[in-house]
Design a protein. Structure first.
Length: 323
């Protein structure tokens, strides 16, 4: 064991070398202690903070990482707060996830902890964009919601975004109050892990149709869309969640010239064609712009969970302007 390991870091790590932490987790911690003291320090020098938007961090073992236990503890705190505000009866939550590594796994952990607390869960059967999660919360009358995503962060990250019954992310006073409840969870022993499958409802493509039908009603100018239905649009999800829903929705609205970027339609948490899946960075739209330059006017992209959009518009000088 390296003597360079801070005693407080070592004390925190040693807690993960025994039950209730599983054997695989214990072995990973042992490997860090024996072979990677710098990584051990990064993993255990603090607790991963549950902020106003939830959790976000690098995946791995440790108190400062996104893993089964940090996700479960955050979920238990959120469940406790839901019960404080709404009581114990007829509580429900909607859960969605993006394309990142471990997103389905963290989704399952969240669903198991919530149902173990007697809270009904509506969970999407595959990756879905965050706006559809917000709609599901309101559609089913849920008290809360969670999206497993690290948004536009690099591939090593994942996250946990918490939503309230209005479909929006937590705001005052709920944000601070949830943080307090999460901070009360001292460890896995405070978490209810044994889920109840009877309280889980899967949402599939039939719910997508409900969502699209509803947002079509929000169109401000259907007649203008009809007039310009052949307006060329190139869309890329940058390997992320909106790969099906955005093109499907654009066509449902009436746009007939919607084109994709095949290389970036591949759902992949490694985001192989970009440094970061941030559509606000011009580099992330470069492939869409290249394709749009041939026959389209607009190139557009979304981030990994589909709630951030970047748009490039070709002007009369054939120059792309970013929005």
């Amino acid at each position: 064991m390296s003597t360079s390991i801070d005693p407080q870091v070592m004390k925190a790590a040693e807690q993960w070398l025994k039950e209730p932490y599983d054997t695989a987790t214990q072995n990973e911690v042992k490997n860090l202690i024996e072979n990677k003291p710098a990584d051990l320090t990064e993993s255990f020098y603090r607790n991963l903070e549950f902020g106003t938007g939830g959790l976000r961090g690098i995946m791995g073992v440790g108190t400062n990482r996104m893993n089964k236990y940090t996700v479960a503890m955050a979920t238990q705190g959120l469940a406790n707060y839901m019960k404080k505000v709404f009581g114990n009866e007829n509580l429900s939550m909607a859960i969605a996830h993006d394309c990142r590594h471990n997103s389905p796994y963290f989704t399952d952990i969240t669903a198991q902890v919530m149902t173990a607390n007697g809270i009904r869960v509506y969970v999407f059967d595959n990756l879905r964009p965050t706006p559809e999660l917000s709609f599901a919360i309101r559609h089913f009358g849920c008290q809360s919601g969670v999206v497993i995503t690290a948004s536009h962060n690099p591939k090593e990250y994942n996250g946990y975004k918490a939503y309230w019954n209005d479909g929006g992310q937590l705001i005052s006073p709920h944000d601070k109050n949830v943080i307090k409840e999460v901070e009360k969870i001292a460890g896995p022993a405070d978490v209810k892990f044994e889920g109840n499958p009877a309280l889980i409802t899967k949402l599939g493509v039939e719910f997508d149709d409900i969502y699209i039908k509803r947002i079509k009603q929000l169109s401000l100018s259907p007649e203008i869309i009809q007039k310009h239905k052949n307006y060329g649009i190139v869309f890329t999800p940058i390997h992320g969640t909106a790969v099906e829903m955005v093109p499907k929705t654009l066509r449902a609205f009436g746009f007939e010239a919607v084109h994709n970027v095949p290389e970036q339609d591949v759902v992949d948490g490694n985001f192989p064609t970009v440094h970061s899946p941030n559509p606000e960075e011009p580099a992330a739209l470069s492939m869409a712009i290249e394709k749009a330059s041939a026959r389209c006017t607009i190139g557009t992209a979304t981030d990994s969970d589909g709630d951030r959009v970047g748009i490039a518009v070709r002007n009369e000088k054939n120059v792309s302007l970013y929005c």
